[in-house]
Design a protein around this ligand. Structure first.
Ligand SMILES: Cc1cc2nc3c(=O)[nH]c(=O)nc-3n(C[C@H](O)[C@H](O)[C@H](O)COP(=O)(O)OP(=O)(O)OC[C@H]3O[C@@H](n4cnc5c(N)ncnc54)[C@H](O)[C@@H]3O)c2cc1C
Length: 434
């Protein structure tokens, strides 16, 4: 099935026009004969890794069948368009959970592999690639490759974190983790500075499998680096509290201008930091892992011009100084972010040639698109990231230069040998152009 559509990414930037080809189970994904194709999962990438301006998107959500699930071992195989939300709905009642999950459950298996996504337990479990047993890769020459850590291992390494460029992932097999209870015991603590964040982090990582922090990036002076630390673990058997099911809310349309601006960011951050909250509480797993999913289409709050996410990782040795400099540059620009997230990645190296996670501290921030002013700020943040030996996450990016990309991902040249000749993306053309 074909058609033209302005399918977009989560940041609603950059705009792209592309043909679409809806994939269906069992049908030839390359029947369209289109050149320049790219798989599209659920569009939860913020920038242009999931876009293919002027080309064709293969809509992978149509590949939506579960293939096998063994409740004794927790091994699950499903087609690549199945959402993590759909997997959780099936396996949580049977005492299993994803071994690694990003901050939204609305991503497909194929998208999670192609960006080698990470979650709140990176310090223990590594990235998504680590729970993979196998997947099938369809190449446009008609070949089918079953890949795993020890089977076609070079294709495995290229496709995990391979930004969808090595071919179409048809199905994915993952190992789940056993849980005794879907409820999460969560603890939260305020920290007044980055130094305090690092101290708390050492303490909490030793006790909890899931950790993440929110940081007030509008704060300056003595408040610079203050934030809120959140840690959690699956509750022991039998613990639960009654809940009234909450209906998800939705932002109905994108206003002409962003509702996220200097004043709302400052107000929100002040309030959020000081909001009284219990130090220890029991949360449904969705509230703990996916708080943003409750407000559907929240990306529309940024208005018609969309927004940028900037996510970097800074190696341990330079993290404190570089984070301070990044926060100072953001505060000085007056372009704060409401959703600023800080997390330490563990020592486990990711399996993919182009995987983003690596030892260090990762910071993710959202900025309304104010045009040149925002682009200039992000360039200034790149200066700090690069000088500190860090990297920027392609899944969140819509503007980094080719020079920066090649510096952050030195395996890029090896990777090019694995690109399917009919596959391309807006992101790849952009970072290879200069
Ligand atoms: C609220 C929110 C929170 C997030 N939190 C995190 C987080 O904590 N950690 C994290 O790592 N990321 C996070 N992300 C980013 C998100 O997890 C990734 O961008 C993910 O890859 C999106 O998956 P998707 O199915 O929407 O794929 P898309 O965004 O549509 O595509 C992503 C990439 O996957 C490729 N792809 C998709 N399907 C296939 C297939 N079948 N075969 C081959 N290639 C394919 C595409 O070509 C593209 O390159 C978050 C995003 C949002 C919106």
């Amino acid at each position: 099935m074909t058609g033209q559509a302005s399918l977009g990414s989560w940041g609603r930037y950059p705009p792209a026009r592309q043909n679409r080809w809806v994939l269906t189970p069992g049908a030839d994904p390359f029947a369209s004969r289109a050149e320049r194709v790219l798989a599209f999962g659920n569009g939860r990438s913020y920038g242009d890794v999931c876009l293919n301006d002027g080309g064709t998107l293969l809509l992978a959500r149509g590949l939506d069948r579960f293939i096998a699930f063994d409740p004794a071992t927790g091994v699950l195989r499903a087609e690549a368009g199945v959402l993590l939300a759909e997997i959780l709905a099936l396996v949580v009642p049977q005492g299993w959970f994803l071994a690694v999950t990003p901050g939204t459950q609305f991503v497909t298996l194929g998208g999670a592999v192609a960006n080698d996504v990470h979650g709140k337990n990176h310090h223990l479990a590594g990235s998504f690639g680590e729970q993979l047993q196998a997947f099938e890769l369809l190449r446009s020459d008609g070949s089918r490759l079953t890949c795993g850590p020890d089977t076609n291992a070079d294709w495995f390494r290229a496709t995990v974190g391979g930004l969808g460029l090595t071919g179409l992932i048809a199905w994915v097999e993952i190992r789940l983790q056993r849980i005794a209870n879907p409820w999460i015991v969560a603890e939260s603590r305020r920290f007044a500075s980055l130094e305090e964040f690092f101290t708390l982090n050492d303490e909490y990582e030793a006790r909890y499998p899931y950790t993440v922090s929110w940081i007030d990036c509008a704060a300056t002076g003595k408040g610079l680096g203050r934030g809120l630390y959140l840690a959690g673990q699956h509750a022991p058997p039998g613990v639960a509290v009654p809940v009234t099911p909450r209906r998800s809310l939705s932002v109905p349309f994108a206003p002409p201008v962003s509702l996220v601006n200097t004043w709302s960011v400052r107000g929100f951050n002040q309030l959020y930091y000081h909001l009284p909250r219990p130090a220890r509480t029991l949360l449904p797993y969705r509230a703990f892992f996916y708080p943003l999913d409750h407000l559907l289409e929240w990306n529309r709050l940024y208005g018609k011009r969309g927004f940028f996410q900037y996510q970097c990782v800074i190696p341990p040795g330079s993290a404190l100084e570089a984070l301070r400099e990044i926060l100072a540059r953001i505060a000085a620009s007056g372009q704060g972010s409401m959703l600023a997230v800080l997390k330490r990645f563990g020592e486990r190296t990711s399996g993919g040639l182009l995987s983003f996670p690596r030892p260090g501290v990762t910071l993710a921030l959202d900025f309304p698109n104010l045009g040149q002013k925002t682009l200039a700020l992000l360039d200034r943040l790149d200066e700090v990231t690069r000088q500190a030996g860090g990297a920027v996450y392609p899944a969140k990016d819509a503007r980094m230069s080719g020079d920066h990309f090649r510096h952050y991902f030195p395996n890029w040249a090896t990777f090019t040998d694995f690109i399917d000749p009919r596959f391309s993306s807006s992101f790849w053309r952009r970072v290879m152009a200069d």
